[in-house]
Ligand binder design. Structure first.
Ligand code: PEP
Ligand code: CO
Length: 449
């Protein structure tokens, strides 16, 4: 097919691009793209290449990927407390995983650019008024007014700046020693001492601290890599005019880099083989992810691997399956076999969130902790049985004390959802549920080993 021979950052425009807003003013859109294309990048090509090497190690089972954050970031949540709390939870989870799995953890935030959302309908009607659906802060506002809902390209510039501020703060915290394993007490969230997991976590922190001090005493020097933790960013690269504008060539490197994030992924709704998103992604150098749902056929998954990673390059391609707890056992084996039969090198990651969304009788979109945990555990088992391995997790979580997912150690029930349901899109695990999931991954891993 000739379409697949010449790639440019704009060649996606020749194909069908689903889930894009209808901008009323094309001139304003082009101006914004021009402005974005000149702004300094948010990440560097060397960081992107370093991450790809780490993902290659995870593919070999030598490290584990932890990817997590909000379903959607909001401009109003670009605030120091929210950002540092989310970082704290991810750091605590990674400590549990490093210690329990006895291998390095690649830490990737779903942040600094997670501002565009796919929606099931283009329009929304309320009390006889029909307006465009809210598609994330990159595109329009959540209020149900015409002014808020008309897509505004200037929001991309604002989102880019918010992403830069988020990254800047995360980088400064880390450079300042926030992620130092000598001081896990920095990551304590105020109300955590009440948590059912706090005792187990505290013991673990104690034993990690002892192990580090022991190593340093024996060797007479500071433990390597302990005081500086790397953090990478990711988002669903849904809004193609934005992604196109931040795609550049870099001196002394070959190829085109998306310099707005380290690790973009293609969402389930836009993973069509002949679609614009696959076309855009095939041409960038970044490590990339693709969400895989139960509807993907064996042939499609093989072709996705071939299209997105024709040279079978290590670290390039991650498949994030999000099948739902009741479909893993029946669907995952065939998907793994299809990829194996193609000889494709991938990192398998489980997103146990998006296949387990349901609505409660009191009108909340939620997920049951039991289903999230079960999908993860079943995924580990299926990979092991198929001679493969689960190399990471992709989670929706927050450092805030929300009540959005049911169950967990505190056994949240439907009426609890009313208390602190803050998500504007999908339900996230709160701090305790997130830490419990990290511990359950360790238990599962140990039982398999
Ligand atoms: C998401 O990750 O928020 C999302 C929309 O997931 P999926 O594409 O898997 O449905
Ligand atoms: Co989501």
């Amino acid at each position: 097919m000739t379409l697949h021979t010449s790639w440019t950052p704009a060649s996606w425009r020749n194909l069908t691009a689903l889930q894009q807003p209808a901008y009323p003013d094309q001139r304003a859109l082009a101006d914004v793209q021009h402005e974005l294309s000149r702004l300094p990048p948010l990440v560097t090509s060397s960081e992107i290449i370093a991450l790809k090497k780490q993902i290659a190690l995870a593919q070999e089972g030598k490290s584990f990927l932890l990817q997590g954050g909000d379903c959607a970031e909001n401009f109003s949540d670009c605030e120091s407390g929210m950002i540092s709390n989310r970082l704290k939870v991810l750091l605590q989870m990674s400590l549990v995983l490093v210690h329990g799995l006895r291998m390095p953890v690649v830490r990737v935030g779903r942040f600094a650019g997670q501002y565009a959302k796919p929606r099931s309908a283009d329009m929304e009607t309320k009390d006889g008024l029909t307006l465009p659906s809210y598609r994330g802060d990159f595109i329009n506002g959540p209020d149900f007014t015409e002014a808020a809902r008309i897509p505004d390209p200037r929001r991309m510039v604002k989102g880019h700046a918010r992403s830069a501020m988020t990254m800047n703060f995360v980088r400064s915290l880390i450079d300042g020693g926030f992620a130092d394993l000598h001081h896990p007490e920095y990551w304590d969230l105020g109300w955590v001492s009440q948590s059912p997991q706090s005792e187990q976590y505290r013991k673990l922190v104690q034993s990690v601290g002892d192990a580090i001090r022991f190593m340093e005493t024996i060797s007479g020097e500071q433990a390597h890599n302990v005081n500086r933790t790397e953090f990478y960013t990711s988002h669903e690269a849904l809004l193609l005019p934005y992604e196109e504008a931040v795609t550049r060539q870099v001196p002394r490197q070959t190829g085109w880099f998306n310099l707005s994030t380290h690790y973009p992924w293609i969402g389930m709704r836009t993973a069509q083989l002949d679609g614009a998103h696959v076309e855009y992604f095939r041409g960038i150098v970044n490590p990339i992810g693709v969400k895989i749902s139960a509807g993907v056929t064996d042939e499609q998954i093989k072709q996705l691997c071939d299209r997105l990673n024709p040279d079978n390059e290590p670290g390039r391609l991650t498949l994030i399956h999000r099948l739902g707890a009741s479909h893993v056992e029946t669907q995952l084996p065939r998907l793994i076999r299809a990829v194996q039969s193609a000889g494709a090198r991938v990192l398998w990651v489980c997103d146990p969130m998006h296949g387990n969304t349901e609505s409660t009788s009191n009108g909340y979109k939620t997920r049951r902790f039991g289903n999230i945990k079960s999908e993860l555990e079943q995924s580990c088992d299926v990979h092991a049985a198929e001679g493969s391995h689960l190399g990471g997790v992709h989670l929706e979580l927050t450092g805030e004390n929300v009540t959005e997912c049911l169950g967990g150690a505190r056994d949240l029930i439907e009426t609890d959802l009313e208390r602190a349901y803050l998500s504007s899109v999908d339900p996230r695990m709160n701090y305790e549920q997130s830490l419990e999931i990290a511990m359950s991954i360790v238990h599962k891993h140990r039982s398999l080993a």
